[in-house]
Design a protein around this ligand. Sequence first.
Ligand code: FAD
Length: 287
Amino acid sequence: MRTDALFKEKTVFSFEIFPPRRTAPVETIYHTLERLKGQRPDFISVTLGAGGTGNNLSTADIAQKIQEEQFLPSVAHLPAVNFSKNEVITILDELKQKKVENILALRGDILPDKEPKKDFVYANDLITFIHEQGKFNIIGACYPETHSDAASSVEDIQNLKRKVDAGTNQLITQLFFDNHYFYTFKEKCEIAGIDIPIQAGIMPVVNKKQIERMVKMSNVTLPTKFLKMMERYEHNPEAIRDAGIAYAINQIVDLVAQGADGIHLYTMNNPYVAQKIREATRSLFEA
Ligand code: FAD
């Protein structure tokens, strides 16, 4: 099932998971999925590392299994910067064969030790290519606090419009911890004529290391109340986990009440946290 059709019916709630790290057996993700089974999100997306090696190559298999065993639509992420056109064609053929029809089409991060291939320089190049095939529902990434490579927020929105015009049907945002950025971003999108559904990406923080890594990798502001929470509970794993869950729930309640098209929860493969958040907010998505 195409995930873009869901937005016509409801406020959408989805999970994001990642294939196990290189050294872990791929089966570990199936245990995680089993524990997430009762939560019935509207879809589950599966990441693919821009390096494209090891268990990363199991993205299509995991996406297929979600559809066949949980009867939920799945989304396969596809960062193309390190793939040639022929490699992308092979991946698209595999997804078609596995009946995975939703793709989050990405440029991917430029890795310091890897020279990017030249076939897909920006996500809009990949989106144009996939769109020409006419077989997939295409999803794009967007950045309420501006992508870290962009010269300005104005240019970033212009580039986002290019992606939408190339054939994107829905968008998912980078994580953010201050909803104000999301609301301002939505206004800018409206002005730019971007009128497809935008899901807000929410990441529950469960430890300080995780957030430090995230902030290093992306352009994300940590509000004072969030920093205070981290400082107060950083040495108490249970308290920081519970505070992170409560913070994410508060963000979601506000976003849904203000009319967001949907929420995309970065589960970090943590079924306990995903379940707590889903249970606390489920009725908001049914209202
Ligand atoms: P683009 O849309 O190409 O944008 C990248 C930069 O180039 C931006 O600064 C933009 O303003 C600029 N730009 C875009 N188009 C043009 C143009 N035509 N001309 C000039 N400048 C342009 N990474 C992974 O490796 N695997 C994943 O599974 C993954 N999942 C993600 C899921 C979500 C929801 C999000 C938000 C990000 C995800 N990422 C993932 C990270 C993503 O790959 C990086 O943020 C990457 O740096 C940018 O990808 P993009 O598709 O947004 O790039």
